[in-house]
Design a protein. Structure first.
Length: 469
């Protein structure tokens, strides 16, 4: 609606100035009429460009249609420069080579004042809508009419000076009209230069001044972001597109990295409404723990490890872990994966301080990766008696292992001809998990020793209040 109103205003102004040009023969008024004719063309271009730029992105224009506003503003720049060139040529002719009779009047001055008022109202209305919707095309149109205010003021001054010269006999005041036209041309060139520079920057994807630095600083302050590697910003119409490359801890899980990405998108959106693309690069943190480096090495190879431990003795570092491999692998293939991982671990920078050719000793226990869902043997008979015996045995150990309060939820099942046991064990909630792990390992050994038919024991430790809740 703002663009359409601009078209209507341009038609009214052009009609008034053509009438005045015929009435007065003033070059200043003619220059204004030419300026207004190009303003009409620019207003029509603006109207259609705004309609097109409002369309959503599609298969052929994946970044939307916002660039059409910059293109229309660039076309308007060319039209302005053509107008300025003609005005300058005509003014030079009238100053030095040709005399033109001008017929100024108070009516002409009054009509120009009305045109000035229309220019002023329209430029302010367009500027307000341009700021609200961040429209380059409407901003360019508003800038045109803002310059019309100044150029029309200059023309009014020129016509008034000529009219005054006729009344006072000061013949040299007739040159005020072409001089006023040159002033109009200067204003037009100044506006065209500013507009042309801005639209060219938009078409060439020049980043808005200072925006990259603001985004970089804000993103780098977020938790989980090690460093902002690169920020790229481009603008199409009233939309910004921001590409951010960040480094994140390589030991972070996929879910953690995704949460960091969401935080970056939200933070950039607080600075400027934008379509944000985040690319993440895993990197080691400063002072990264050797266990995190080992886990990262295993993750790069797509391997799952657990029970990772290490100790030092006589300048040697002994590292132990469990490696889970696909169940269908042969020992030869599984051993090859373990050997490759061992070799990479020995070369880790965090272990470079160990001295000697065999300073880092890696021992990997290989076990099958759990992927098979087993079926309970229905023909195994009743396991309730065994479960009752196990529970009585476990609670008989409470005096020996004072960390335990009681054992409950005892389940015994035969799965694919193997008896498996699982139970919950309430333990002192203030104890460190390392102590809890040692106690459960000892209890597991005692159970297997007393019930050799049980092949697998799973113990779930919990603080006493968990059972109560």
């Amino acid at each position: 609606m703002a663009a359409l109103g601009s078209v209507g205003s341009a038609i009214i102004l052009l009609s008034l100035k053509i009438f005045l040009t015929t009435l007065t023969g003033s070059l200043g008024v003619l220059s204004e009429a030419l300026h207004s004719s190009l303003d009409l063309v620019a207003a029509i271009i603006t109207y259609f460009s705004v309609r097109v730029s409002d369309r959503p992105a599609d298969a052929d224009h994946t970044y939307g249609h916002g660039k059409i506003e910059s293109f229309s503003a660039f076309v308007e720049t060319g039209l302005l420069l053509v107008t300025a060139a003609y005005i300058i040529w005509e003014a030079v002719q009238r100053l030095f080579f040709r005399h033109v009779t001008i017929r100024p009047s108070l009516l002409a001055i009054g009509i120009l004042v009305i045109a000035l008022g229309i220019d002023l109202l329209r430029s302010r209305a367009l500027a307000r809508v341009a700021r609200e919707y961040e429209s380059e095309a409407l901003e360019a149109d508003a800038l045109h009419f803002a310059t019309d205010v100044w150029s029309t003021s200059v023309v009014i001054l020129g016509v008034a000076m000529v009219w005054l010269g006729e009344r006072t006999g000061l013949d040299w005041l007739r040159y005020a009209d072409p001089v006023a036209a040159l002033a109009v041309a200067a204003v037009v060139i100044w506006v065209a230069a500013r507009l042309g520079r801005r639209t060219a920057e938009a078409l060439l994807d020049t980043a808005p001044a200072g925006l990259q630095e603001r985004v970089e600083r804000a993103v780098e302050e977020l938790e989980g972001v090690l460093h902002t590697e690169r920020v790229r910003v481009r603008k199409a119409g009233n939309r910004h597109f921001v590409d951010v490359t960040i480094s994140v801890p390589r030991a972070a899980s996929f879910e953690q990295v995704h949460a960091i990405s969401d935080a970056v998108e939200r933070r950039v959106g607080e600075i400027v409404p934008a379509d944000v693309m985040v690319h993440m690069e895993p990197k080691a943190q400063a002072g990264e723990h050797v266990f995190d480096a080992i886990r990262a090495a295993a993750q790069r190879r797509g391997l799952a490890i657990h029970d990772l431990s290490a100790h030092q003795l006589d300048g040697h570092v002994f590292i132990e872990m469990h490696l889970e491999v696909a169940e269908q692998l042969s020992l030869r293939d599984a051993h090859r994966q373990a050997s490759d991982l061992e070799e990479e671990i020995r070369r880790l920078p965090s272990l470079a301080g160990a001295s000697g050719a065999n300073a880092v000793v890696v021992n990997i226990h290989i076990e099958p990766l759990g992927a098979h869902i087993a079926t309970v043997d229905q023909s195994a008979g009743d396991m309730q008696g065994l479960a009752h015996n196990v529970e009585a045995f476990l609670n008989g150990l409470l005096s020996e292992y004072r960390e335990m309060t009681d054992c409950h939820n005892v389940h015994v099942q035969q799965v694919e001809r193997k008896i498996q046991l699982s139970f919950h064990c309430a333990m002192d909630g203030n104890l460190p998990i390392t102590v809890i792990h040692d106690v459960t390992a000892k209890v597991e050994g005692r159970v297997k020793e007393h019930f050799p038919q049980i092949t697998r024991v799973t113990i779930h430790p919990e603080p006493p209040e968990s059972r109560e809740s």
